[in-house]
Design a protein around this ligand. Structure first.
Ligand code: ATP
Length: 269
């Protein structure tokens, strides 16, 4: 599966300015950024940084964005894997990927490792859910041993994301592993407006379009839904060969996104 191929680190330019709201999460992450910028100084002051930070929250609320922003703010390499990529691998391959990634990250430290959908590797062991079971357990065991295998201030911080913290194997949450949790929430109306402002920057919107009004009419939308809404609206406007996105395109796009959310049976039912 090519998607699961180990990526080399990436240099990211994302910063906290690209992230609307989530002030609590940003404040908590400042400490980690400070550490990544200058691990030695942190060390000399006797501070101990968490090795693992678990970001918990509904889909599309900016967990990946936050992880990228931490790497971008600290100007350190960003390594990433997605839990579900491991599902179809042969036994042993996932574990090797995890080992290789930690190896590379330690080599390039200070660095960030981001594990999206950590619940697909980190589900409780022996839960008898079948299907790629051995493989998953091996991958999880490897991840646990990697987390234990470096010192807290070695310069690698692992960030995980999940919307199902309840199904995680408790071993992952033990002290010295993912012992710090950060909760991200669906955006408030005010934050929805800020998210729309960020994503409207590279769109051509007609003057009549009122982002505040869109924010009011999209309760329950995540940042990803709002991003999607503006993209859809731009596509609709293109289809009508307009010069700019009009309010009616936004309305049509919102209906479409809402329909999708209802079909998923999530949030807006
Ligand atoms: P998942 O759990 O589905 O992986 P996630 O929480 O990691 O979702 P992201 O991938 O970070 O969500 O968000 C998807 C997209 O939604 C982002 O690339 C960004 O465009 C937009 N977005 C989400 N939250 C915000 C936010 N707070 N500010 C600006 N954009 C946001």
């Amino acid at each position: 599966q090519s998607k699961a191929k180990l990526q080399d680190s990436e240099k990211v330019n994302t910063t906290f300015d690209d992230v609307a709201g989530l002030e609590g999460a940003k404040t908590e992450l400042q400490e980690i950024i400070g550490f990544l910028k200058d691990p030695d100084k942190f060390d000399s002051l006797g501070g101990e940084i968490p090795k693992g930070v678990l970001m918990v929250g509904p889909p599309g609320t900016g967990k990946t964005l936050l992880a990228r922003a931490v790497a971008g703010e600290a100007k350190v390499p960003y390594f990433t894997i997605t839990g579900s990529d491991f599902m179809e691998m042969f036994v042993g391959v996932g574990a090797k990927r995890v080992r290789d990634m930690f190896e590379k990250a330690k080599d390039k430290a200070p660095a960030i490792i981001f594990i999206d959908e950590i619940d697909s590797i980190g589900r409780k062991r022996g839960a008898g859910l079948g299907g790629g079971h051995d493989e998953r357990e091996q991958t999880l065991n490897q991840l646990l041993s990697e987390l234990d295998g470096f010192e807290p201030n070695e310069g690698v911080v692992v960030m995980g994301a999940t919307n199902r913290p309840d199904i995680l194997d408790k071993a992952l949450l033990r002290p010295g592993r993912f012992d710090r949790q950060i909760t991200v929430h669906l955006p408030t109306q005010e934050h929805r407006e800020q998210i729309l402002e960020i994503h409207a920057e590279d769109k051509k919107l007609s003057d009549e379009v009122d982002l505040g009004e869109i924010a009011r009419s999209t309760p329950g939308f995540s940042g990803a839904d709002l991003h999607n809404l503006l993209n859809e609206a731009a596509l609709i406007a293109a289809r009508y060969k307009r010069d700019a996105v009009e309010q009616q395109d936004i309305d049509q796009a919102r209906d479409k996104v809402m329909m999708g959310l209802k079909r998923e049976g999530m949030r807006l039912t």
